[in-house]
Design a binder for this molecule. Sequence first.
Ligand code: CA
Length: 229
Amino acid sequence: MTVKIFSVEDEESLVSLLEYNIKSSGYDFYHAGTAYQGMIDIQKVKPDLILLDWMLPDQPGTEICKFIRSHESLSETPIIMLTAKGEESDLVSGLNIGCDDYLLKPFSPKELIARINALLRRSKNKNKESILEFENIKMNTDTHRVYCCNKEAKLGPREYSILEFLMKKPGRVFTRQQILDSVWGTNVYVSDRTIDVHIRRLRQALSTTEECKVIRTIRSSGYSLDIEA
Ligand code: CA
């Protein structure tokens, strides 16, 4: 399937430049000239990447960015903002509301394509990494949902973080201190007892069926994601 790049841009000369360079790179090019039209068409096209102009005739690019990030099926779409020099203060706000990268106008087409390629690579890897699996447990780190034997398990935020930490390195033994540093952060005082309590809750949440007993206690050292002995 061809990669779809969507540009929201009102400067006609820039649109032609973008279209030419993006098509030459083997991508499909879509375009809208206003924020309003962009929000409608983006939902239909479901692009792989969005090039977003900041100064549009009807609404600022920020509104489109917020719209995309809050829209479930679009929220992961990489966004590159295109902003004029001298609007550097916009960059911070753009990155804060969820743009992935930016280019200052005027930019070289070569640089634009390089940034597009880098972001597409990153988002491809990210999608692959968003599902963690071990035995009968599946975790989606985008939606923060956990499934045991295809049934959803309801975990508290700490339990979720502990499980995510363990699922990234199945079979490896972690000390309570390592789990603590990763989940609570360093320089926080939490007793070993607290971790044990959360591990117990995690086990309870996962153990709706026998097949989902996967947290192994390693005596006097810590815990590991493994088949319980
Ligand atoms: Ca503009």
